[in-house]
Design a protein around this ligand. Structure first.
Ligand SMILES: NC(=O)c1ccc[n+]([C@@H]2O[C@H](COP(=O)([O-])OP(=O)(O)OC[C@H]3O[C@@H](n4cnc5c(N)ncnc54)[C@H](OP(=O)(O)O)[C@@H]3O)[C@@H](O)[C@H]2O)c1
Length: 274
């Protein structure tokens, strides 16, 4: 079992998709005891349902939740961050840590709206977190120490890997690894569709496509080899794979994926002001 964070209390403000994934992982890993976790949402009926589901306190009162928390995990949409910070400002003080997963919202934006000395950490997880296969980029605000970053990483390690990055890279992390699962689902769906086109039953085609995507990813991660070298190793002279690669090049798959990440990164810079 994971070492706990002692008696630290954590409040998730905005327990939607990402907030709920994290809460479930904290409970499952034993990082926090249920009595030290609380959460808020916007709608009272959702608060009731989530409280019943997770067996923790869930309400709609951000101020009350923030007041008693050592760590405030801000999981509302970027556009709601300003309003929530205004609400909780009075309750916050030195010693408390705010960790925000909101895309596009710089640590300086949060620091300006909270009392001095509240520590701010920014994190960007992704949805494969729901099966413990996520990756989270983490960076610190002006008062965050390596210990604060270490503590934040421990939270996100309950849902996968973590990387500490410079804040100037956080929008790029958003465009690549937070948006990335959607891009890969499209690649995967297309491979499965291709399997159907060449005569495979859909279930089998989807399994072959998904396990192949997983396998290729694991080889990159576990060998540390450059993907281009791994691709070369699969590509026999005058074999089948090179014919497939020619089609990919003609269809501009590479440049299309590059442009997708560039666009998503640009959009990540704008969300707060949208
Ligand atoms: N989903 C992802 O892939 C992903 C990845 C990385 C980061 N993020 C970031 O995570 C954040 C949440 O995204 P999400 O996909 O989890 O969105 P979501 O499912 O819409 O969750 C947002 C939650 O915030 C609650 N909420 C709204 N206004 C509130 C308020 N004033 N006070 C308290 N709670 C409030 C909503 O309550 P109700 O349920 O009652 O409506 C909902 O539970 C965003 O900032 C996003 O950038 C998301």
């Amino acid at each position: 079992m994971t070492e706990t964070l002692g008696k630290k209390r954590l409040a998730v403000l905005g327990a939607g998709k990402m907030g709920s994934i994290l809460l479930q992982a904290f409970l499952k890993s034993g990082l926090f005891a249920a009595e030290n976790l609380s959460a808020t949402v916007a709608h009272p009926e959702r608060a009731k349902a989530l409280s019943r589901q997770l067996n923790i306190t869930v309400a709609c009162d951000n101020r009350a939740a923030a007041k008693t928390a050592d760590i405030v995990l801000l999981c509302v949409k970027p556009q709601a961050v300003k309003e929530v910070l205004q609400e909780i400002r009075e309750e916050m003080g030195p010693g408390q840590v705010v960790i925000s997963v909101a895309a596009s919202v710089p640590t300086s934006y949060i620091e300006e709206r909270l009392p001095a000395k509240v520590v701010v950490v920014r994190a960007m997880p992704n949805t494969p977190a729901m099966v413990g296969a996520g990756i989270t980029g983490v960076c610190g605000g002006s008062c965050a120490t390596p210990q604060h970053l270490h503590m934040a990483c421990r939270l996100f390690e309950t849902v996968g890997k973590t990387v500490t990055v410079d804040e100037k890279h956080m929008d790029a992390v958003t465009g690549l690894s937070a948006s990335g699962p959607a891009f890969i689902y499209i690649v995967l769906e297309s491979l499965a569709e291709a399997g159907v086109k060449v005569g495979l039953p859909r279930d089998l085609a989807t399994l072959l496509a998904a396990q192949t995507t997983l396998g290729a990813s694991r080889v990159v991660l576990e060998t540390g080899s450059h993907p281009a070298l791994l691709k070369d190793a699969v590509t026999t002279p005058a074999g089948c794979t090179i014919d497939g690669i020619m089609e990919l090049e003609e269809g501009k798959l590479r440049v299309t994926l590059i442009k997708a990440v560039v666009k998503a990164t640009q959009r990540a810079k704008e969300l707060l002001f949208a």
